[in-house]
Ligand binder design. Structure first.
Ligand code: BDP
Length: 597
């Protein structure tokens, strides 16, 4: 039967007692449109495989796989070092989108739902050490209503029913499928650290670092924390230990000064190190006071973008050079933040946000949930949301860069463009979000929780959360071409919302599709001038509203979508940069506002 180990959510590290082996490279691949592979033993060998890159989306690699979201198989033959024998060994796909099943030497070793968070299976008893091993991962990304993100359902939505995008999705990005991040094999000692939670506070000029650690097998024994050159001892009782450490004259973490402290934990037995784990931590606080967001007790306004993990040929596959280039360009523009729209990003992206000083709104893939659907479907999605929130917070809780959890993007009660929100759907959404809010707060009391609201969506949902994020398209989907009227409508709505909510509001999306090189005087929709103008007007309005805690442009770069009449050439052109990261006029404009001001 399936065994999926939660322990694998700690990012695997290589050190004197732990090992990591990256299985990136050429794997064998075969599509299985008739779902015959499992019966026919494809977990041991594929009848007619072709080579594929891991990590990568399959859709951009093979012509016959472009719109294919059904079952596919990935196989790899690999050796495991004999020196790992006697250790706990896990296999850990970082992102297998969406439903994955994993076999080791023909034996089922794990299963997972959810395409953007790691899972780990405990596999030593299935491995050979004297010959090679067959690793098989079966994967599909069928668009199913009960999943998160959901496939097209009864209630429809903007992108599914109305504009009929192909492949059919409820959301506005290409439903890339594949092993999108590295598959790691890693080993840890039999008795090992299974989890670490670091929380920080500030008193005067000192930082207080609270560390709680879990260890396997109800470990009772000694441990050690090394932080800022000092050792603190830990006493484990039934697998847990806690310590509070004061860092004098702490160098706080913030954008512009992303100070990190290396922290090393170990389980010790006399002078023997039984296990050891290291991570970088940042000392900072984040809180909401009235309509203000406070970082280290000081008001902070977010500047930046909604993004996507998207690039030519790779699709949604992990691409470290692009991740680093994007940070460079965001710095150049003067952005201090981004949202992981519309799913958790790679672990490397989060580590780099810590190192480079970006504030992150960290989002699960709950995009376009529709509460016009049946109670059963809504409950099935709630299960998926809770699982993804649990995994996300377990994975990302120690990143100083992460300042907020976003439980959903643009949930809807029926179709917002069709007008009217059926009260039953609004109530179903209110119940759902109250419970998601509580659920998230129970997992992490140190960060605000938010919801990203759709234009025309029920404002009562925003009242449930600590911070209100909103996406607005006055001047584009509404009042296109009429920027004066768009200004007035926006300004009025913002003031009304502020009266209703009395909490920080972040505009997490605003912008206009813009064809690079298309110019017009006077400005006209789709031109680079129009994009600059719309951004200028939104920024000017927000600057006059003290309750606006941030402005994130949609989108950082042009990105791939399905095909349809709403999306020119299967692309969303709201990027400030093109898909290959060339600046449109809007990039220099934003730079003049944010970096050079
Ligand atoms: C919002 C969505 C986003 C879309 C964007 C757009 O949150 O995913 O890409 O608007 O239409 O509906 O460009």
């Amino acid at each position: 039967q399936a065994r999926t180990a939660p322990a694998g959510l700690l990012f695997p590290v290589q050190n004197q007692v732990r090992n990591v082996m990256d299985l990136s490279g050429i794997w064998n691949f075969q599509m299985d449109p008739n779902d015959e592979g499992e019966r026919s033993g494809w977990a041991r060998s594929l009848p007619s495989p072709r080579p594929i890159a891991v990590p990568c989306s399959w859709n951009e690699l093979f012509d016959d796989a472009k719109n294919y979201l059904g079952t596919s198989w990935y196989l790899l033959e690999t050796w495991v070092p004999q020196s790992w024998r006697g250790q706990k060994i896990f296999i850990r796909p970082g992102s297998a989108n969406y439903a994955a099943k994993l076999w080791i030497n023909g034996k089922l070793a794990g299963e997972h739902l959810g395409g953007h968070l790691p899972f780990a299976a405990d596999i030593p008893q299935l491995l050979n050490f004297d010959k090679s091993n067959t690793i098989a991962i079966q994967l599909e990304n069928k668009q199913v209503p009960e999943r998160v993100p959901s496939g097209p359902s009864k209630a429809g939505g903007i992108f599914a029913g109305l504009f009929g995008q192909y492949p059919e999705t409820t959301y506005d990005f290409f439903p890339y499928a594949g092993l999108h991040r590295q598959v790691l094999l890693f080993s840890v000692p039999e008795t090992h650290i299974t989890d670490v939670t670091v929380n920080t506070r500030i008193t005067g000029s000192d930082g207080i670092v609270n560390v709680s650690v879990s260890a396997s097998g109800n470990y009772n024994g000694k441990g050690m924390i090394r932080l800022d050159g000092a050792d603190t001892s830990l006493n484990f009782r039934s697998g847990t230990a806690e310590a509070e450490i004061r860092v004098r004259n702490a160098k706080l973490w913030r954008p512009g000064a992303p100070n990190l402290y290396p922290l090393t934990l170990s389980l010790v037995d006399g002078s023997t190190v039984r296990d050891s784990y290291s991570l970088d931590i940042g000392i900072r606080t984040i809180e909401v006071r009235g309509t203000t967001l406070l970082l280290n007790g000081e008001p902070i306004k977010l500047t930046g973008f909604g993004k996507h993990e998207d690039f030519a040929v790779n699709g949604r596959g992990f691409n470290l050079p692009v991740v680093i280039r994007d940070y460079e360009l965001m710095k150049w523009v003067g952005a201090n933040s981004f949202r992981t729209s519309h799913y958790p990003y790679s672990e490397e992206a989060m580590q780099l946000a810590d190192k480079l000083g970006f504030l992150v709104i960290d989002e699960i893939p709950a995009v376009s949930l529709n509460f016009g659907d049946s109670d059963e479907v809504i409950e099935a999605r709630a299960v998926q949301c809770r699982q993804q929130l649990t995994e996300l917070i377990a994975r990302d809780k120690n990143h100083p860069s992460v300042i907020m959890w976003s439980v959903a993007n643009e949930p809807m009660a029926g179709n917002p463009l069709a007008g009217g929100a059926p009260p039953k759907a609004v109530e179903a959404g209110s119940r759902f979000f109250k419970s998601m809010y509580e659920f998230t707060r129970n997992l992490d009391r140190t960060r605000p929780v938010t919801l990203v609201g759709v234009q025309g969506g029920p404002p009562e949902w925003l009242t449930i959360f600590d911070v209100a994020c909103i996406n607005r398209y006055y001047g584009w989907y509404l009042l296109g071409g009429r920027l004066e009227a768009a200004d007035q409508a926006l300004e009025k709505e913002l003031d009304d919302l502020n009266k209703l909510l009395g909490k920080p509001i972040i505009m997490t999306e605003f912008g206009a599709d813009t064809l690079p090189g298309m110019h017009s005087q006077p400005d006209e929709m789709w031109s680079e001038e129009y994009q600059v103008e719309i951004l200028r007007r939104y920024l000017d309005i927000a600057a006059r509203k003290p309750y606006m805690a941030g402005m994130q442009v949609w989108n950082f770069a042009d990105f791939k979508t399905g095909q349809g009449i709403m999306r020119t050439a299967g692309m969303n052109y709201k990027g400030v940069f093109t898909r290959d990261r060339r600046p449109k006029m809007a990039a220099s404009f934003l730079r003049s506002r944010w970096a050079l001001k």
